[in-house]
Write a protein that binds this ligand. Structure first.
Ligand SMILES: [Zn+2]
Length: 95
């Protein structure tokens, strides 16, 4: 079971109380009309699926409703960092 402390309301929530928002830091194209079909497809569907650390976005759905970001190991579910949505991860993987 994944348990995360929300960085906004500071309440500890289980994964049933949270909503998973997928990989974090997916950058929306400034001018989507200029993208090729391949670039648009990559933006919409292509995500990292590592067996290791992944930066994700979650919503405190049963609590304050705020979105925040975490870094989680996809095998062990160890959470190495929890930050507010407007913050940057401290590790080198953040881009
Ligand atoms: Zn919260």
């Amino acid at each position: 079971m994944i348990v995360i402390r929300c960085p906004y309301c500071n309440e500890q929530r289980t994964e049933e109380e949270l909503s998973y928002g997928g990989e974090a830091n997916i950058v929306r194209a400034i001018e989507p009309d200029t993208l090729s079909d391949t670039e648009w497809t990559d933006y919409l569907f292509m995500r990292n699926n590592p067996k290791g650390l992944l930066q994700e976005q979650w919503c405190c759905a049963a609590g304050c409703g705020q979105w925040f970001k975490i870094e989680r190991h996809t095998v062990t579910h160890e959470i190495t960092e929890v930050i507010r949505f407007d913050q940057q991860f401290s590790c080198k993987k953040d881009s």
